[in-house]
Design a binder for this molecule. Sequence first.
Ligand SMILES: [Zn+2]
Length: 473
Amino acid sequence: MPPLTDLQAMQQALVQAQLAGAAGEVPVGAVVVKNGEIIASACNAPIALNDPCAHAEILALRTAAKVLGNYRLDGCELFVTLEPCAMCSGAMLQARLQRVVFGATEPKTGAAGSVLNLFALPQLNHHTQVTGGVLAEESATLMAEFFQHKRAQKRMERQETNPHPLRDDALRTPDARFADLPGYPWRPNYVSSLPSLNGLRLHYLDIAPEAPANSSPAAITYLCLHGNPAWSYLYRKMIPIFSQNGGRVVAPDLIGFGKSDKPKKDNAHRFEWHRQVLLEFIAHLDLRNVVLVVQDWGGLLGLTLPMVAPERYRGLVVMNTTLATGETPLSPGFIGWREMCAKNTEFDIARLFARGNPQMSAEECAAYMAPFPDAGHRAATRSFPAMVPEFADSPGAAISREAQAFWSNSWSGQTLMAVGAQDPVLGFPVMQALQQRIRGCTEPMVIAQGGHFVQEMGEPIAQAAVQLFSRSN
Ligand SMILES: [Zn+2]
């Protein structure tokens, strides 16, 4: 047989490197050549052998020494796919190799020129020549693919064990606080992949129709948006009626509320950001044939959404809310509420619900406190009142004016307006003004005993919605 060329010897080292990679080791291989013939070959194996010294070069040197019956490898050449480390370079010098040939350079640990060059020190080296760069690309590609694959595997494992890791600047209400809440049996759904969430976990209900929709070919999706300081729990009396009549119900918890993650900082909450999250959420679920159901902040934000993609929406159920365009002063009722929240940042949420809804049980009122184990979780309830656009140039005011023009001029869906008459903040006068600004909005349905959180008496509203939207098809 003719003697091996450098290229052929390195190809054999690459075969060893592939074997190492297949075994889960960093893919490095080495062969020792004497008189043009391979006398030893080895692949990297520190993991398999539980040996920090079990680099391919060391293992190949050991085998070669045994074959020759000599600890000195005079006249031998070692081929290794990657620039050797300090340990292996030292061993090669000890073995008095005639020549070392390596493939790719190793900028982090290479001791043949990259980090240091042991072979260039005349005090250490009298015997060994070094050549680098033989089949360097093949070797480097093998390494790059190996680490890429490893990173992908790690990512997948992380995804499986913890699909929505909690951000350092956010809190997550313990699941136990939501166990056995009255009238809220639905399983949670989460998304954290929306660009604007930047890893925050958003919770939403997504409840399939219980009965097939009989009169409409495409099922309606009721998209229910809550406000401050509520969460999707607020819709528990309306959800079954929508669902039993062939509707799908999607009800997200705004970030900072309910089962969604809660940023620690008050100033994380901004009008435009919450709006963007909702827009991306709707696009993510690709909601169509939507009846938008809004109240309070669900309306302040939600009423600015349909103009972006009107083709997704067929109807609107609007309750005790407004569009804050900054053109007219905020109502005295709202100013009073905002002052109360500013003075008493930890106001008792359960009591707020109890006061407006004497029919609610203590457990139901307490369920509204479930998302907030302590003040740290309440950045949203502190921030939202001051976030209502007050002046023409307040954040959110311009987009609300655009939305107002949309509802007045371009809205072609049907609208059901319902008003909890006992609401001191967003009650009948505010809603009458809103009615004038929504094209085709008929006289509101008045829930005489209903307060601000009119969904707590929402069964007749849901019934009226089902009637209106199944008829309208
Ligand atoms: Zn080494």
